[in-house]
Design a protein around this ligand. Structure first.
Ligand SMILES: Nc1ncnc2c1ncn2[C@@H]1O[C@H](COP(=O)(O)OP(=O)(O)OP(=O)(O)O)[C@@H](O)[C@H]1O
Length: 257
């Protein structure tokens, strides 16, 4: 098996119009297949900007986003389309991420219809719409009957399970988890983090796990990056979190938790 990273980011920067300083500045990192890389930092440090740039929801001013070796930072339209499948995102607020007018089944089938048709799926093989949706709901431990409901007929935790199912439905290499449990109560948070870990292992996914919550990042990740004012200031193995040589800002974050 190749040791090439599934995602490599080089010198990515973005400054919003009129801003005094870049929202992200020369951000570089890589993620190996099957790895969860945590990204922690306080509010406003640039975590979501990075996520949006990686997904090409926003454009970086410069830098590279190498997905399986292909730089997608400047691709557009039909040239970008084949790579969109390879990186998916789970947002903080599942209510905003799901179309309230669509039944869960229709939300779940959407990525396959948009991007999955020409793809050979190995876990969620498409035989019929019903079987595909049942299999996706099973993967996130939801009963099949939820397929016919609308988002407002689900709990917050169930809705987040649906958005997770959607993000993995076309078997991306990388899933960006942007504070996926921030809108949930503590019990649902624990269950969702466990589910995400189980899915990473069983499907061989790679995650960029973004959170304010150092304890959650520590629990989920093999490696952790710390962001301050748009820059990565520290990166370490998760079990070296409390090591002496940590960056002063990392130590400050530890002291808050
Ligand atoms: N669309 C935008 N236009 C202008 N400035 C923005 C925009 N989005 C974010 N910013 C600014 O960019 C910086 C980084 O914001 P970002 O949302 O990426 O931080 P964050 O670490 O994700 O914060 P939080 O944890 O609160 O979500 C902040 O100074 C923010 O005010």
């Amino acid at each position: 098996m190749s040791n090439d990273p599934v995602l490599r980011v080089e010198d990515l920067s973005r400054t919003y119009a009129g801003a005094e300083r870049p929202a992200i500045q020369n951000v570089s990192f890589s993620i190996q297949a099957g790895e969860c890389l945590g990204l922690v930092g306080e509010s406003g440090c640039g975590k979501s900007t990075l996520a949006r740039c990686l997904l090409r929801i926003e454009d970086a001013d410069h830098g590279k986003i190498l997905l399986g070796g292909q730089d997608i930072a400047r691709l557009a339209g039909r040239r970008l389309r084949p790579y969109r499948r390879n990186i998916q995102i789970v947002f903080q607020n599942p209510s905003a991420a799901l179309n309230p007018k669509l039944k869960i089944a229709d939300s779940l089938i959407d990525p396959y219809e948009q991007l999955g048709h020409n793809t050979k799926l190995s876990h969620f093989t498409y035989t019929s719409k019903e079987a595909y949706i049942r299999r996706l709901l099973e993967a996130v431990e939801l009963p099949g009957e939820l397929a016919e409901r609308y988002p407002h007929e689900l709990s917050g935790g169930q809705r987040q399970r649906v958005t997770i199912a959607r993000s993995i439905s076309i078997e991306p290499d990388v899933v960006v988890l942007d504070e996926p449990t921030a809108s949930l109560d503590v019990i649902s948070q624990g269950a969702i983090l466990q589910l995400l870990t189980d899915l990473r292992t069983s499907l061989g996914l790679s995650y960029l796990f973004i959170s304010h919550d150092l304890a959650a990042v520590h629990r989920m990740s093999q490696q952790v990056m710390v962001m301050q004012d748009g820059q990565i200031v520290d990166r370490f193995d998760a079990d070296a979190l409390f090591a002496e040589e940590r960056h002063p800002y990392t130590k400050e974050l530890i002291s808050i938790f």
